[in-house]
Design a protein around this ligand. Structure first.
Ligand SMILES: [Zn+2]
Length: 151
């Protein structure tokens, strides 16, 4: 036995239509039985960006941010990390881009900028470590002794 969803009257299971109000069971059954919540995937609003363009842009951004951070002594190690990331991304983008790719120039710029920052940051970082090492080992006293003895 089944009940009409419209009027609540009991009907035979075999009834296709409600004996009281005529509502169609078959359609109801189908629509209810087959109904599955349709999770319509939200269509991505952002157009699928060219991953190579994104890489090239990131290379340029990492290189640029790394370059700026070079001017703040303590962040040179971050510069080095960013620039290495930029170098890798820029290099990958350049390798994967066909010659006519419109963002090839950006990838090259990011790659070269990152390369320069890697070198500069490496010098600063190594210099800073050497300086700390020197100060730690030799100490300011020894340094002043040398200056005094030479006078
Ligand atoms: Zn009915």
């Amino acid at each position: 036995m089944k009940f009409c969803s419209q009027c609540g009257i009991q009907n035979e299971d075999t009834n296709e239509f409600c004996s009281n109000c005529g509502a169609a069971f078959q359609n109801q059954f189908q629509s209810q039985g087959q109904f599955q919540p349709q999770y319509t995937m939200p269509t991505p609003v952002i157009n699928a960006e060219d991953p190579l363009k994104t890489k090239a842009m990131l290379a340029l951004i990492f290189g640029a941010v790394g370059a700026v951070m070079l001017f703040f002594g303590y962040t040179s190690i971050i510069s080095l990390g960013l620039a290495i990331a930029g170098l890798v991304l820029g290099g990958q983008a350049r390798k994967q881009m066909p010659a006519e790719h419109p963002n090839r120039g950006m990838a090259t710029a990011g790659y070269i900028l990152s390369l320069i920052v890697v070198v500069l940051a490496a010098i600063v970082v190594v210099g800073a470590i050497a300086c700390i090492g020197f100060m730690g080992c030799a100490g300011a006293g020894l340094f002043s002794e040398i200056i005094q003895s030479s006078m």
